[in-house]
Design a protein around this ligand. Structure first.
Ligand SMILES: [Fe+2]
Ligand SMILES: [Fe+2]
Length: 315
């Protein structure tokens, strides 16, 4: 595919975008969970279940706040920024009007997702009476993208940013899907996640297509240079440092004895995702490298060999 073959999804957006089709979601005042247990393993830890099971809802509400805070940062500071520059033709890579129009729908969707997330935060505070503990000012991408860009020559920075956002927009999908399948969770929360997922399906294809258009036109030297930076980006993107710091902060806020704090911290340490080929996001990342055609390039296969042993056998 090249830029002239690009087909806009504007009509699908008109018919299906959640900002066009969905009513406001209201948090139910019922006994169901506000956040899936599977997404906050701390509350499933033996120490937690033994010492402070009554604090489960507090921990889950705080975990929802962290998730919402992450969504707002991701949408408004990461995706919005890149999509807006593409839409306004302020991007080093030139795209036809149809791409730029679709990029503007992504801006609208993402800002709307941030708004819906903030609405949900407000409703949950009002319903639970629980104020958020101090939430992180950054997400992993807030560090990973600048770290990668710092290694790129000036003329490749926007291309690299496109690839990084493309990867990120292809990983959110499964992350959000985990919510939508869990029947112990409030329907409004599941609905919120399902809405978001519907829009993200469109986005993941959008970023893969733009990346494909760019990659097909990139020179061999530029491809090699970009591929060599990918491991630096993935290392910082797939770290669990921020989540761990949040979990420690959450533990510190629990009204339990000091030895319980210590035992909980130790359990959280053991739960951390190791960065290897089993990381839950890696299969999505591999799919993006395939759909963007980047994985056809030996330099990309080589750069990813450490993360994606399947990248080789997949070809
Ligand atoms: Fe989004
Ligand atoms: Fe998105």
């Amino acid at each position: 595919m090249n830029a002239t073959d690009y087909q806009s999804f504007a009509e699908t957006w008109e018919n299906r975008a959640t900002i066009r089709t969905r009513p406001r979601r209201l948090v139910e005042d019922d006994q169901r969970l506000i956040y899936p247990l599977s997404r906050q393993p701390l509350v499933l830890a033996q120490t937690f279940e033994r010492e402070c099971p009554q604090l489960r809802d507090f921990a889950l509400v705080q975990s929802l706040y962290k998730f919402i805070n992450d969504v707002v940062i991701f949408e408004t500071e990461i995706v919005d920024r890149t999509a807006r520059r593409i839409a306004k033709n302020r991007f080093a890579i030139r795209f036809p009007f149809a791409c730029r129009y679709d990029a503007m729908t992504v801006v609208v969707d993402e800002d709307y997702h941030a708004l819906v997330a903030m609405d949900f935060m407000q409703q949950t505070i009002a319903l639970s009476g629980i104020e958020p503990i101090s939430l992180p000012a950054e997400i992993e991408l807030s560090r990973a993208i600048p770290a990668a860009l710092a290694l790129a020559p000036e003329h490749l920075r926007d291309a690299l940013e496109l690839i990084c956002v493309g990867i990120a927009e292809n990983t959110l999908t499964d992350d959000v899907a985990a919510f939508a399948r869990d029947d112990t969770v409030k329907p409004s929360v599941k609905g919120l996640m399902a809405d978001h997922l519907l829009d993200e399906g469109r986005h993941s294809a959008f970023w893969a297509r733009l990346t494909r258009i760019y990659w097909q036109s990139a020179s061999q030297d530029d491809r090699q240079c970009l591929a060599a930076i990918l491991p630096v980006f993935l290392d910082q993107y797939l770290t669990n440092d921020i989540q761990k710091a949040f979990d420690f902060e959450l533990i510190a806020q629990l009204p339990v004895a000091p030895h319980v704090h210590q035992a909980l911290r130790e359990e959280v340490m053991d739960m951390a995702y190791p960065i290897h080929s089993q990381h839950p996001l890696l299969s999505n990342i591999l799919r993006f490298f395939r759909s963007s055609s980047m994985l056809d390039s030996p330099c990309v296969q080589h750069a990813l060999a450490h993360y994606l042993p399947q990248a080789r056998s997949a070809l």
